[in-house]
Design a protein around this ligand. Sequence first.
Ligand SMILES: Nc1ncnc2c1ncn2[C@@H]1O[C@H](COP(=O)(O)OP(=O)(O)O)[C@@H](O)[C@H]1O
Ligand SMILES: [Mg+2]
Length: 333
Amino acid sequence: MTVTRASAPRAAQAATQAISATGLRKSYGDKVVLDGIDLSVPQGTVFSLLGPNGAGKTTVVKILSTLVTADAGELSVGGHDLAVDPQAVRAAIGVTGQFSAVDGLITGEENMLLMADLHHLPRREGRRVAAELLERFDLVDAAKKPAAGYSGGMKRRLDIAMTLVGGPRIIFLDEPTTGLDPRSRHTMWGIVRELVADGVTVFLTTQYLEEADELADRIAVLDGGKIAAEGSAEELKRIVPGGHVRLRFTDPDDYRSAASALREAARDDQALVLRLPSDGSQRELRSVLDWLDAAGIEADELTVHTPDLDDVFFALTGSAVPARNNQPKENAR
Ligand SMILES: Nc1ncnc2c1ncn2[C@@H]1O[C@H](COP(=O)(O)OP(=O)(O)O)[C@@H](O)[C@H]1O
Ligand SMILES: [Mg+2]
């Protein structure tokens, strides 16, 4: 058999990637949702697709998990071409949708056993797997109660436990922590880390920059139907302007003398705020403080701002940052 030069590397690459998409397109009517996107996710890594509401995240998940067909694109999941062998793809993956698959009328345990049946596990094996997962996800006490009474965090945990019944090597988690309280969100992050430690590949969508920052090996920002940027959190942070020290004054005279002396500072005359470019290092901070002392000027507030994914998001999409628990953006560090 002869293999053309052009196709050999691509085939090899697709084989080592758990998920790969090239030129993925999807429209609904005349609304273009995905305008030709490329993605690749190496095995055993966490990939995060980040984007605001309506960006097309769920559409990507539905396409890659065979629930919706793409208009165009070369797609491969678990080494199987989606167009050729969707059945094999389905066997390799688990999907936890944005909206829960949990049946509230039956108990957590019954939900698990139902999944075991769907995966054609022998009865005894099904019981064993269900018990193991209920234990692992801290649902033993709740297992005999109707799932309708579960908290949001418990429902998500049950949802993921159900996804794991078939032992998938690739898992899609569509906004797994949206609407969860901070504690349940941290529990969920722990679950994702455990999955990856087991060698599972996780494709995670989120609106939360800090979540992508926390979990993902690689992040792609989806905006306007295209991938606006792709890379590690560190790489993405490098594309935005560096950090700064922010000085806020209440005395307009202090503000004016500081502003005229610190020429490189960006001024906000209304708020009496100066922003000085800074790497946030101790040395740079000390020099700012020393200078203020020497000039006999007292700033009422000094905060250090290092670039985070919020800045990246803003720089790339120019749109407001999605809700993130009303945390203040400026953190004193
Ligand atoms: N079945 C559908 N029919 C028509 N439009 C849809 C359908 N599914 C999604 N859309 C539209 O596609 C866009 C992307 O939706 P979605 O993938 O759900 O975004 P996200 O998950 O990022 O919030 C939205 O404008 C949505 O209204
Ligand atoms: Mg969605």
